[in-house]
Design a protein around this ligand. Structure first.
Ligand SMILES: C[S@@+](CC[C@H](N)C(=O)[O-])C[C@H]1O[C@@H](n2cnc3c(N)ncnc32)[C@H](O)[C@@H]1O
Length: 392
């Protein structure tokens, strides 16, 4: 059994885990943490999970104040790990993160300090990562390589409604690798907007579901700078990308050449070409495992548009995206899944205007695999709505 700490939008991270591991194997432990019944987990394929940890033990607890409960747990931890590490012959780096407890960071830190002094008596040296928060940030865990070897340990202690889970980290999200893939690529374009690589991974997983590690072919018909295709190649999928804009086609080509030179992958670039998604015939459409794309999102807005402008942009995007769905539907094998990001616009009061097509995709020949999800930052006017569809 594993636990996953979920990213900034936990409901999307949770949906990704359900897609990859099966609904029956993923349960919520707290709003930000899920338990996963799996033999092994490769964190590098999960865009929405920030840390993975292997469950060591679970304690049920009766009504107790958090501070008393944590004191009990802390004692168990110091006893267990003093015993476990008293004869190791290397220095240990230790971080401790708690979730769901109402206790100050210094209470968490104290557990580490007691363990450190208890191990010192046996001649074992322990470097303790300071807790400025009750839980170490992903960046701190990643930078200290916690969970990646026997001598770099992060204990993750989670209080759920009924139990306390103690788990040992198996690593934190590789922020360095994501930044390199996002900011290191030769061609970027702020105007069309670029998908964060983490979101591209989430969308691939939502579309592929349990087939996420079966080799296959991914199509992005609105490929832009090629983020989805780049992530698909790194997952060893073959890729096809098309875009209306010649400039974007050349950007994708250049970025994919870069990823091929800078990263190992066995995925093949089958075709990158200029095409209008509303009328193109993709030559390998019957072989496509999944369609994953961020569609046309309309123009960027830094403030909510006027009602007339909103009506115009909504109508325009709805026309293009419905046209694309109608066009691709007869080309795909029934059962093929798509994960598409479409725009939704936030007004001043926080409410969202959705594309009309999201109300009833069955009219276009698709069923929704799960309810749509909104991906956005609170101050963003153009949010992305994630639709997971299956060809009827
Ligand atoms: C939001 S961007 C995609 C960005 C991409 N996900 C990335 O990471 O760079 C949408 C893309 O759709 C393209 N586009 C707009 N209308 C299109 C159409 N009818 N057919 C194909 N591509 C279209 C634009 O040129 C743009 O590159």
């Amino acid at each position: 059994m594993f636990i996953a700490t979920l990213g900034r939008q936990p409901e999307i991270s949770f949906a990704e885990l359900e897609a990859v591991f099966g609904r029956q194997n993923v349960q919520p432990a707290t709003p930000d943490i899920a338990t996963i019944d799996a033999d092994d987990i490769d964190l590098s394929i999960l865009g929405g999970t920030t840390k993975i940890a292997k469950v060591i033990t679970t304690h049920n607890y009766a009504n107790k104040r958090d501070s008393d409960l944590f004191t009990d747990i802390s004692r168990q931890i110091t006893n267990h790990y003093t015993d476990k590490w008293r004869s190791v012959d290397h220095k240990i780096t230790l971080g401790i993160s708690t979730y769901g407890f109402n206790i100050p960071p210094r209470a968490v830190q104290k557990t580490g300090i007691i363990l450190k002094s208890s191990l010192r008596k046996s001649g074992v040296s322990l470097r303790l990562i300071p807790n400025t928060e009750s839980a170490l940030s992903t960046a701190v865990s990643h930078n200290n390589k916690l969970g990646l070897s026997d001598n770099k340990v992060e204990l993750i202690i989670v209080k759920t409604k009924t139990s306390v889970i103690i788990a040992e980290s198996r690593g934190a999200q590789n922020i360095t690798a994501y930044t390199r893939r996002d900011h290191g690529k030769p061609k970027r374009d702020a105007f069309v907007g670029m998908l964060p690589p983490k979101l591209a991974q989430i969308m691939l997983n939502l579309a592929l579901g349990s087939k996420n590690d079966t080799p296959g072919l991914i199509l992005d018909p609105f490929c832009g700078t090629g983020t989805v295709l780049q992530e698909a190649l790194l997952r060893q999928f073959d890729v096809i990308g098309t875009d209306l804009s010649d400039k974007m086609v050349s950007y994708t080509q250049e970025n994919l050449n870069w990823i091929t030179k800078s990263h190992k992958h066995t995925g093949q670039i089958i075709e990158i070409s200029q095409a209008d998604a509303t009328n193109n015939q993709w030559s390998n459409a019957q072989q496509i495992s999944a369609v994953v794309c961020e569609t046309y999102l309309g123009q960027p807005f830094s403030a909510p548009p006027s009602p007339a402008k909103l009506k115009e942009v909504t109508g325009n995007c709805n026309h293009i995206i419905s046209g694309f769905l109608k066009n691709i539907h007869p080309q795909l094998t029934p059962g093929t899944r798509l994960c598409i990001a479409v725009p939704a616009w936030r007004s001043k009061d926080g409410s969202l205007t959705h594309l009309p097509l999201t109300r009833d995709p069955s009219r276009l020949g698709f069923d929704l695999v799960r309810p749509p999800m909104i991906y956005s930052r609170p101050d963003q006017v153009v949010a992305r709505e994630l639709l997971v569809l299956v060809v009827k």
